[in-house]
Design a protein around this ligand. Structure first.
Ligand code: SAM
Length: 249
């Protein structure tokens, strides 16, 4: 059917490209790629010869109309990014919103996403979480962002790049405190897949003392805020306290 298909690609292990993803990528008329050279390697590995067209942050708004014309001409389009699920800290938002506005179907395929892959094995609460993408590169912006998130009760998920991992862990310790639980997931689905678990200060110390832990692709996850007051006063005691307070003059 004529639609824009959103197709996740592997985040490190080529075997994670689903059979359906392979089929859709083979059958569409065009594949919109974040980087045609990068995706060319993946596509040729699977023997997919579909025409690729670049769609990245810098040309996305302008290029979206061109893809809408292709859809109008009856050509199905697939969107992929360099790795994982498009639109998740990757291009695609403007294309999807413009294609929907133009009245064409957008059909998503499920597949690899580093945030969900990391969370699922982290041991942190997964009933509520907030995906925060990349923290700001500059310290001031990063600290401000973390202050905004400090009291959030949900598990927080961040993407991080190797050259900013230490400054980011330092900012996390500074704002969230040394003792909050966290998990750092590195090189998921690859040979050196690693999970570091502990308090923020423990994880920071391990990463600071081992250059190998500063390499590769990284997801940081922090336990959500739990107020110490809640721990000191369980719900029953709080109720009693409220009753007592109500009686006070
Ligand atoms: N769209 C992708 C997704 O669905 O996960 C994310 C793209 S974003 C530009 C790249 C970031 O994702 C990396 O800096 C890292 O934080 C995270 N990431 C991607 N692959 C990863 C992997 N194999 N292990 C850990 N983190 C990964």
């Amino acid at each position: 059917a004529v639609a824009l298909y959103i197709v996740p690609t592997p985040i490190g292990n080529l075997a994670d490209l689903t059979p359906r993803a392979q089929q859709v990528l083979s059958e569409v008329a065009l594949i919109a790629c974040e980087d045609t050279r990068h995706s060319g390697k993946l596509l040729s590995h699977f023997g997919i010869t579909t025409r690729t067209v670049a769609l990245h942050d810098h040309n996305e708004r302008a290029k979206a109309q061109w893809f809408i014309e292709k859809l109008a001409a009856g050509e199905a389009v697939a969107l992929i990014s360099d790795a994982g699920t498009p639109l998740i800290s990757d291009p695609g938002y403007h294309l999807v919103s413009q294609v929907r506005e133009a009245g064409f179907a957008v059909s998503p395929l499920p597949g690899a996403c580093a945030a969900i892959t990391a969370l699922s094995a982290s041991g942190l609460p997964s009933d509520r979480f907030s995906f925060e993408g990349f923290l700001p590169a500059k310290e001031k912006g990063r600290i401000d962002k973390l202050i905004e998130l400090k009291q959030d009760p949900r598990t927080l998920i961040f993407y991080e790049s190797p050259h900013r991992i230490l400054p980011s862990l330092e900012s996390l310790e500074q704002v969230f405190g040394a003792d909050r639980q966290m998990v750092m997931a590195r090189e998921l689905t690859k040979t050196f897949e690693t999970f570091l678990t502990g308090t923020i200060s423990e994880v920071r110390a391990i990463v600071a003392s081992d250059p190998n832990q500063q390499k590769g692709e990284i997801v940081l996850m922090c336990h959500g805020f739990t107020s110490e007051a809640d721990e000191e006063f369980p719900p029953k005691s709080l109720e009693a306290l409220q009753l007592l307070c109500a009686e006070l003059p």
